[in-house]
Write a protein that binds this ligand. Structure first.
Ligand SMILES: CC(C)(COP(=O)(O)OP(=O)(O)OC[C@H]1O[C@@H](n2cnc3c(N)ncnc32)[C@H](O)[C@@H]1OP(=O)(O)O)[C@@H](O)C(=O)NCCC(=O)NCCS
Length: 187
């Protein structure tokens, strides 16, 4: 091994660019469902084999992917939105791949894309059922709890977004550049 490359093989690959967009293509939708299965079935065991339900037939899927050479390479984030009743939208199945959490603002940007997209489509209220361990995360993003509930046998909170913090938009995608973990040294 040359001196120039010393240590390089141990350095983790840290993407510097992520795109957050409405999932339109078969590749994006396959990655979206695969990530949901990985997080909600394999990791959290909330569902046995598949977490799909009837909402998927009407929901708008949103993904985050990291990019290599400017091209989306792997789906590492997911969320879906749907209009549950006129003017009332809901977000669900928010997930970031375990290796890409707290790297920057991938989860927060998925929420921003979800709520601002729904706002642009006429949402007057935006709600989600949030796992208890994530209530603080949502509070920091201008959501309030409407009360504690039990869902899938697990403690959750019904939560509502402050729409004044999520201006309506109709953007297809947004970009996150260089979200970096604070505890890693990157050249
Ligand atoms: C919850 C989840 C989506 C957060 O995604 P993430 O990409 O790690 O979140 P971000 O990096 O955007 O976090 C933004 C900020 O919130 C903080 N944060 C993240 N998760 C948090 C939590 N559960 N509680 C409190 N703060 C949290 C981050 O440290 C970061 O803080 P900073 O702005 O001071 O740096 C992710 O942990 C996840 O997918 N978990 C498993 C599935 C799940 O629980 N889904 C949600 C169901 S309600």
């Amino acid at each position: 091994m040359s001196t120039v490359l010393e240590g390089v093989e141990d350095r983790p690959f840290i993407p510097t660019e992520y795109v957050v967009r409405l999932a339109r293509t078969p590749w994006e939708q396959a990655g979206y469902y695969a990530l949901r299965r990985e997080v909600f079935c394999t990791e959290q065991r909330v569902f046995a084999d598949d977490d799909r339900d009837a909402i998927d037939e009407v929901a708008i899927p949103i993904i985050a992917a990291y990019c290599v050479a400017g091209m989306p390479d792997r789906i590492v984030g997911a969320v879906r939105i749907h209009e549950a009743e006129p003017g009332v939208w809901r977000g669900s199945r928010l997930a970031v791949h375990a290796g890409h959490r707290k790297l920057g603002r991938i989860g927060a940007e998925l929420i921003r894309m979800a709520v601002s997209t729904a706002h642009g489509l006429g949402a007057m209220r935006f709600l989600a059922q949030v796992q208890e361990q994530n209530v603080l995360f949502f509070r920091r993003l201008y959501w309030k709890s409407l009360g504690a509930i039990t869902l899938h046998g697990l403690p959750h909170h019904d939560m509502q977004a402050d729409l004044s913090r999520y201006p309506a938009h109709g953007q297809e995608q947004t970009w996150l550049l260089r979200p970096q973990p604070r505890n890693r040294q990157v050249a």
